[in-house]
Design a protein around this ligand. Structure first.
Ligand SMILES: *[C@@H]1O[C@H](CO)[C@@H](O)[C@H](O)[C@H]1NC(C)=O
Ligand SMILES: *[C@@H]1O[C@H](CO)[C@@H](O)[C@H](O)[C@H]1NC(C)=O
Ligand SMILES: *[C@@H]1O[C@H](CO)[C@@H](O)[C@H](O)[C@H]1NC(C)=O
Ligand SMILES: *[C@@H]1O[C@H](CO)[C@@H](O)[C@H](O)[C@H]1NC(C)=O
Ligand SMILES: *[C@@H]1O[C@H](CO)[C@@H](O)[C@H](O)[C@H]1NC(C)=O
Ligand SMILES: *[C@@H]1O[C@H](CO)[C@@H](O)[C@H](O)[C@H]1NC(C)=O
Ligand SMILES: *[C@@H]1O[C@H](CO)[C@@H](O)[C@H](O)[C@H]1NC(C)=O
Length: 900
């Protein structure tokens, strides 16, 4: 073949070889680069706005071990590094606000075993090259903006003991291959967007695991993996809000070392397995709240006497709590509210010395609060409203010095309210409304912090204690619905009350005037003896003018200034100058097959294949535009023909392509072949390709035209995928393969060329093509077989080009970003898609564009199974069209002709 190449091409080949050689050197000669060089290479691809890495400089390369975040092994005599210091073993660059690209250079650091890049702004998929960091023991990438799936390649890091990917935006399934990371002790995948079901054995091999965090992945939908119970070293399991359903497996009983188990905010149902807790001797914290668990709670959860936090609230239990809970001497926080429990509240619970919070409101608990509550000296908060508690309020309650909230409304408490009820120096909320308490309201003795006092709907008698007026921060007083008598103390005027409700008592006398002017009369109603201006009974002595007194409501309005940051998306596209290749005349004899009547001879073709007519060079060869003697113009694509295909099957394959007829598929008029070459003859489309258009700096198609291009291309692909026999994959969808006719109707070209040139050379050609990478679905790197979903991905990229007005790759900008990354980053860091839309398009199309953006994002999902089919894409795009294709028939000439 070299004999046919002319000198410039040979030169090109030579240059390529030199580059290849250099690249190989860079890879294989890793040892040749010093650690400092590698770190500098890492730094060069990173944005460092806070200059945290400013001491990483070539001039200080000798002191690499002193650089920020770098730790080295102890220098050894035989150390390879020139400076005599050791190898870089650890890189700790947490919270430096770094962004940019994580460079593969990291993994060439021969001694590197710890990486911590947590708390930065890296906004990219998990770099595949981490799989080459085989010595890595800990990898902490938490709290970044990483997206994409958890790549299978990560499972090659078999030395990892710690993997923290928490607080990112990683999606997709949790790979079963995780089992090969069998040394893992800490695995944090929490606060991500993982989805799908967990394989029952996904963690089965991780027998060293002590910490597992899958929490806050509400997009998962899974049962609890059964094999979890085999991981005997587990100490901490966080799976709150992780889309779990089904029951709690019996196997969890085997986790003898478990200290923390949080399964809250899931959809777990069923009964708690019998004996649950018996094995959990070290359990400190159990949170099963906000599920749908039912049945009773039949077990001694406090087996090891170390449990300090038990949260079962918001469930559908029906039974009683075991008495044994009352012996849970370490318990500090107990949350049982809204969970359906009934029966006797275990009395022992009231006197646990470490208890700080008891919440049990909205259940059907019965029982009394014993005086021994005084031994629960650390109690801060008791909330047992809406139960069936009875008995007296114990004196012991007043002995609790830390209690700030005691709320026990809607129960059956009776008897006097002890006069020490507010002795706690921090007491601020007392709510005993809706009980059967009686006797006088005791004058509070201490109570400097009391804010709210509700004793409504009881049987209190006597006068309102005037001592209430001495409480400096008292703001809410509800004494309504009692049997109180006497006058309202004048002193209460001095309080800054927000609520004062004494309605439905037997109070009498003159209401302090500021209590009237500041409050609606309804707070006083039902007290026939009260008098004052504005009341039904104005006091006799004072004949004031009746005034309408309105409640002065303090309305606080917040003004939210909504700043909309509009980021102008500068688009500087550049023509890519076509590579002109002068070619000599073609050797050998030619055979031609035409599917359309064409006035063309082999000689015409031969003559046309010259430098002047060459308009570009694609992945597979040059493209020529040839004017034929008859006046027609054709586009000719010259392919290098691998001899693997017999001439006969070549004819068959080309015919297959030629027979694909669709208004949005470029016509293949015929083809010629000779030794080594194939010429594919296509209809010529004068407007060039969509890719050319997008790359122009003045690209300004209006949205309806863009939508029609997208729809046409989608229909063509759907036709190839579904309607055409045999089904064809395009395999090279990109905007430069979408040609535009005079009416800007798109025509897809260059499809299924693999069938002509053969798989091997097809792959080679595509891989060598500049810029094609942006269109390739991520799985194309590792999956052998081409799929429809890969075409869908590529189409999604084209759609993004149409929506953003950005070419798929902007080569000249400093951070050369493909449009998918650009869009994902924008979405990750801003709210809503507005900043992504091409600013050159008028706002009136915004809704349609946002809908198209949503579609494009689904098409470019990293997970093939999340991408729609081309048929679904067609339907979605059709639904965005205001007027369907019928319109020309109905309305004659379309307004868009003005664009022509
Ligand atoms: C590293 O820094 C320490 C203190 O900052 C200094 O004493 C030491 O000389 C430095 N080592 C080198 C090799 O620069
Ligand atoms: C971190 O970087 C972001 C942009 O990348 C910037 O908005 C933010 O202010 C930076 N924070 C600090 C502490 O430098
Ligand atoms: C990862 O690093 C962050 C920031 O330093 C830290 O808060 C977190 O605990 C680390 N993860 C693990 C599992 O140690
Ligand atoms: C499970 O762990 C063992 C080491 O304990 C390892 O050799 C094996 O490859 C792992 N199996 C899987 C399926 O990952
Ligand atoms: C729980 O399951 C029900 C249906 O079974 C579903 O409607 C609901 O969204 C689920 N809730 C959560 C938090 O997953
Ligand atoms: C009292 O608790 C029951 C049972 O949880 C609930 O249905 C009811 O709405 C609650 N009543 C009030 C007033 O909160
Ligand atoms: C005041 O108490 C009465 C009787 O309990 C009640 O009907 C009314 O809603 C209460 N007003 C306010 C504002 O709480």
């Amino acid at each position: 073949m070299a004999t046919t190449t002319s000198p410039p091409c040979f030169l090109l080949l030579l240059i390529c070889l030199v580059f290849l050689f250099l690249a190989l050197c860079a890879i294989s000669g890793g040892g040749a680069s010093s650690d400092a060089d590698l770190l500098l290479a890492f730094r060069s691809s990173v944005e460092d706005p806070t200059k945290g890495l400013s001491d990483w400089s070539p001039s200080a390369a000798a002191h690499v071990c002193n650089w920020t975040g770098v730790t080295c092994s102890a220098p050894s005599v035989s150390a390879a590094s020139k400076s005599g210091s050791g190898l870089v073993t650890s890189l700790d660059l947490r919270s430096l606000n770094l962004s940019g690209e994580i460079s593969p250079a990291l993994c060439q650091l021969a001694g590197l075993s710890h990486i911590n890049l947590a708390g930065n702004s890296f906004n990219q998929p998990i770099p595949l090259h981490f799989s080459q960091c085989t010595k890595l023991q800990t990898l902490n990438l938490s709290s970044n903006l990483l997206w994409g799936t958890l790549p299978d390649q990560m499972t090659l890091l078999s030395s990892l003991t710690l993997l923290d990917l928490g607080r990112n935006r990683i999606e997709g399934p949790i790979p079963l291959g995780l089992g090969s990371l069998w040394k893992l002790q800490v695995l944090n995948l929490g606060s991500n967007l993982f989805s799908g079901a967990l394989h029952p054995s996904v963690f089965a091999n991780l027998t060293e695991l002590t910490h597992l965090d899958l929490s806050q992945n509400p997009t998962l939908s899974s049962e609890l993996p059964r094999d979890l119970g085999k991981l005997e070293k587990l100490q901490k399991v966080l799976m709150q809000s992780s889309g779990l359903h089904g029951d709690i497996p019996q196997s969890l009983l085997g986790l003898h070392n478990l200290e923390v188990l949080d399964l809250s905010q899931n959809n777990l149902s069923g009964r708690i397995p019998l004996g649950f807790g018996l094995g959990l001797a070290k359990l400190l914290c159990l949170d099963l709240s906000q599920n749908k668990l039912s049945g009773s709670f039949p077990i001694d959860i406090c087996y090891g006497k170390v449990l300090s936090e038990l949260s079962l609230h918001t469930n559908a239990f029906t039974g009683v709590l075991p008495e044994s809970l009352g012996k849970c001497s370490s318990l500090a926080r107990l949350q049982l509210q809204n969970s359906g429990f009934s029966g006797n509240f275990p009395p022992g619970l009231w006197s646990l010395p470490k208890l700080t919070i008891i919440r049990a409101e909205n259940n059907w608990f019965s029982g009394v609060i014993p005086d021994s509550i005084r031994t629960a000296a650390r109690l801060e908060q008791v909330q047992v409203d809406n139960n069936s508690f009875t008995g007296r309020i114990p004196l012991g309650l007043g002995a609790l010095g830390s209690l700030y909230k005691f709320s026990a409304s809607l129960n059956g408490f009776y008897g006097d309210l002890p006069d020490n009820f507010c002795d706690s120096p921090v007491m601020s909320i007392v709510n005993l409304a809706h009980n059967s308490l009686s006797g006088p309201i005791p004058a509070p003795r201490n109570c400097r912090k009391l804010v709210s006092l509700s004793l409504a709907a009881n049987h209190f008698t006597g006068a309102i204690p005037s001592a209430l007026a001495q409480l400096p921060v008292l703001t809410y007083i509800d004494l309504s619905n009692n049997h109180l008598t006497g006058e309202i103390p004048q002193g209460l005027q001095n309080l800054k009350l927000a609520l004062f409700n004494v309605s439905f008592n037997q109070l009498s006398g003159k209401v302090p005037s500021s209590l009237i002017s500041g409050l609606p009369a309804s707070f006083l109603q039902g007290n026939s003896g009260l008098c004052g201006p504005g009341l039904p009974n104005p006091c006799e002595e004072v004949k004031q003018k009746r005034r309408n007194v309105g409640l002065i409501c303090a309305l606080i309005s917040f003004a939210f200034a909504v700043g909309v940051m509009l980021l102008a998306v500068g688009l500087r596209a550049r023509h890519r100058s076509s590579l002109m290749q002068p070619w000599g005349p073609l050797p050998g004899s030619w055979k031609c097959v035409f599917y359309y009547p064409l006035k063309i001879t082999e000689d015409d073709l031969q003559a046309g294949l010259n430098e002047r007519n060459c308009v570009g060079r694609g992945a597979f060869g040059e493209v020529y535009v040839i004017g034929l003697p008859g006046g027609d113009t054709v586009a000719v694509k010259k392919l290098i023909y691998s001899t693997s295909l017999s001439q006969r099957s070549l004819r068959t394959e080309v015919k297959t392509l030629a027979k694909a007829r669709h208004k949005n598929v470029a016509k293949l008029l015929g083809f010629c072949y000779s030794e080594g070459f194939i010429l594919l003859v296509y209809e010529f489309l004068p407007k060039g390709s969509l890719g050319d258009a997008v790359a122009r700096s003045d690209f300004s198609f209006e949205w309806p035209r863009r939508l029609r291009i997208a729809l046409g291309a989608a229909q063509a692909l759907s036709y190839l995928h579904k309607d055409y026999v045999p089904k064809l994959l395009h395999r090279n969808v990109k905007s430069t393969n979408i040609l535009l006719d005079v009416n800007f109707e798109p025509k897809v070209t260059d499809f299924a060329l693999d069938r002509v040139v053969g798989e091997a050379s097809y792959k080679l050609s595509v891989a060598s093509e500049l810029g094609a990478c942006c269109y390739m679905a991520p799985e194309r790197g590792y999956s052998k077989k081409a799929t429809e979903k890969m075409d869908v991905y590529s189409f999604g990229v084209v759609l993004l080009e149409l929506i953003t007005g950005r070419p798929a790759e902007q080569a000249e900008s400093r951070d050369s970003l493909d449009v998918v990354k650009w869009v994902r980053r924008k979405i990750n860091t801003t709210n809503g898609g507005f900043q992504i839309l091409d600013p050159k398009i008028s706002n009136s199309s915004q809704q349609e564009m946002l809908a198209a953006l949503d579609l494009a994002l689904r098409c470019t999902s990293v997970m093939p199974e999340k991408r729609p089919t081309m048929l679904e894409v067609v339907r979605s795009l059709q639904s965005l069209e205001p007027i369907v294709d019928l319109s020309p028939v109905l309305f004659g000439e379309l307004p868009e002709s003005s664009e022509r």
